[in-house]
Design a protein around this ligand. Structure first.
Ligand SMILES: [Zn+2]
Length: 100
């Protein structure tokens, strides 16, 4: 994912479209614990009705475990009023760079 360094965007405080500076911010760190819990749940479901020792997870499978992509959250700083606002929903991407 490539994002330009400056972008024209709506500014709620100026109530108009202005040039904004783009900066990447970290997303909230809640995802890790949730992933672990979901993983456990998936594994428990897999072993339901299976009367032996825990069934091994299929090899070379990327259906389980942590995702390889990262959540990307952007912060836009208005160049006119210097106020910042964040992008609403974080998007997922393996690679991320801000291009000039
Ligand atoms: Zn503004």
């Amino acid at each position: 994912m490539k994002v330009p360094e400056e972008i024209k965007r709506y500014c709620p405080s100026c109530n108009s479209h202005n040039m904004h500076k783009v900066k990447r911010v970290k997303t909230a760190g809640r995802a890790k614990a949730g992933l672990k819990k979901r993983d456990r749940h998936i594994r428990e479901k897999l072993n339901l009705g299976y009367g032996g020792s825990p069934k091994p997870l299929p090899a070379n499978s990327n259906r389980y475990g942590a995702k390889t992509s990262q959540k990307i959250m952007l912060k836009f700083t208005c160049m006119k009023c210097n106020k910042a606002h964040q992008s609403t929903a974080p998007k997922r991407s393996k690679k991320f760079e801000v291009v000039r």
